[in-house]
Design a protein around this ligand. Structure first.
Ligand code: SF4
Ligand code: SF4
Length: 227
């Protein structure tokens, strides 16, 4: 977080002009909007801006029956999660190298913001999970643009595909036109919600349910691509 020292500040206005997050007003940094990019710290001609580290969350490493897991908890209200995502990824990479694991699965957040970009660094494939709604199709296109920008090979899966067959057909047609592989489609299945409430993966909670069957079949296709 950038902090302006009023004793040293000459009120030249340069930092406010250059802050692309509009986080500086009247020579004061708005802690909510400051993304910690440090541009103002670098460009201030009289070194009147200090940079104070702040805790936005905590990173953890856990053991699960499926293998080690690197994860984090963001403190409620903290928006600047990009660095925390990067730390989670660094921990995952270290775990994989130390444990001899050839595959790291990164569960990215929705959208195309800073945490998503941080989760994309160095990945080989990006699986975009889309629901067959108009906003879902819109977000799919934005996510694919982002993957394309970072030269990451995109794969697509449709979740709850049977809730709107018309939009599902539109997604398939779009992906086919863009030559993007559709690796699976998962039906709406109440067992998914029950599994979440029970705190278990649906493939463990209800292994024979329609969603579990679809996920297992998709995983076989993914494994053949990734490993
Ligand atoms: S750039 Fe430095 S001197 Fe200029 S307004 Fe900002 S803090 Fe003050
Ligand atoms: S660190 Fe970046 S986001 Fe924060 S006030 Fe300075 S220029 Fe703006």
């Amino acid at each position: 977080l950038a902090v302006i020292d009023p004793e040293r500040c000459t009120q030249c206005g340069l930092c406010e002009e250059k802050c692309r997050f509009n986080a500086i007003r009247d020579f004061t940094v708005d802690s909510v909007h400051c993304e910690g990019c440090k541009v103002c710290v670098i460009i201030c001609p009289v070194q009147a801006i200090d940079f104070v580290e702040r805790v936005c969350g905590h990173a953890y490493i856990s053991e699960t029956e499926y293998g080690p897991m690197s994860h984090a908890r963001l403190i409620p209200g903290m928006e600047n999660a990009g660095k925390l995502v990067s730390l989670v990824r660094q921990n995952a990479k270290k775990l994989a190298e130390e444990g001899g694991h050839e595959l790291v699965l990164v569960d990215g957040p929705p959208g195309i913001g800073c945490p998503v970009i941080a989760s994309l660094a160095d990945i080989d494939h990006g699986l975009v999970v889309v629901e067959p709604t108009l906003s879902g199709i819109h977000d799919l296109k934005r996510a694919l643009e982002l993957l394309n920008h970072f030269k990451v090979e995109a794969l697509v899966c449709i979740n709850k595909h049977d809730l709107n067959e018309e939009n599902t057909a539109a997604i398939k047609e779009f992906c086919s036109g863009e030559e993007i592989e559709m690796v699976g489609q998962i039906p709406f299945d109440p067992d998914v919600t029950k599994a979440m409430v029970d705190g278990r993966p649906v493939v463990e909670y209800a292994p024979d349910s329609p969603a579990s069957e679809a996920i297992k079949s998709m995983w076989e296709r993914l494994a053949s691509i990734l490993v």
